[in-house]
Design a protein around this ligand. Sequence first.
Ligand code: ZN
Length: 316
Amino acid sequence: MHYSTSPIDRLDHLRADVNAISTIWHQQTTKIIPFWRNRVLIEQKGQQTPTLHPLTRNNVPGDAKFQTFLGATGEIHWFSVELAPDAEPDLGLLLQGTETDPAVCSFAELRVIGPHLPRDDGALAIYARAIGNWQNRSSFCPNCGQAAELVNAGHVRQCSNQDCGTQIFPRTDPAVIMLVTDKHDNNRCLLGRSKGWPDGVYSTLAGFVEAGESLEAAVAREVHEETGITVDDVRYVTSQPWPFPQSIMLGFNSVANDTEIKLNESELDDARWFTRQELAEFGEWGETSDRFKLPRRDSIARYLIEYWLNKPKLGA
Ligand SMILES: [Zn+2]
């Protein structure tokens, strides 16, 4: 699944070693992923697959911030940086002295370009975006309100108030997402759609885990809140980092005890049961037909649906 397997060794034991991090930063082979306003620099020639276009140290502007050590893929070390947000970066300057034509590079919204990147590039970019989002949202100590400085190569913030000294670590908000099947007819599953989605798109139900709540209880509560249906037999399937801005999606299967939908219109635009045969006729997110459509290819919702579709029916 997109973003869930990463090629990188995070080398977290090096983060606190200022000298080692500085040495790695200055290596000519080190690659630096630049972000600008949540957009990542990509290269795309014609109809070819887009790829990340990392910079070398010499091409990183002096006012870039959040120099973050990501780790290594083989012999290559990786950092990410955030470019100054106020003015659009000058691609000619960023690529000066390289063989890359600025005309084939652009800053692309990761949420849009992510599904089209090679899997390894996508996973690297998602990791960098996750830590960058946290850095942007954690400038002040939650304990005393003083400024908090980045340490450990970008992975920890340290409160600047010596009487406080709180360390702040990257935060990830857990969200559950679940495919619900019918206890009495395993040939159909429950999908819903939110207001504002493209016409015809249906997906698995989902919601945030609340404080003091188990994942299983969150699955059951969200399904019941949104559709009035009670579920049990909640089973974990897989997970996907989703740093838009700071979530991890935890994917489950669960089984409905009852099937009458009582739609919560404040949460969903619609919810219905679909059979495997009906799902086989669904189109793709983004197409303009009047068919029903599946969720995006890079989403865990899509994975959960396909995981279920490809399993044999009960008793088969
Ligand atoms: Zn503090």
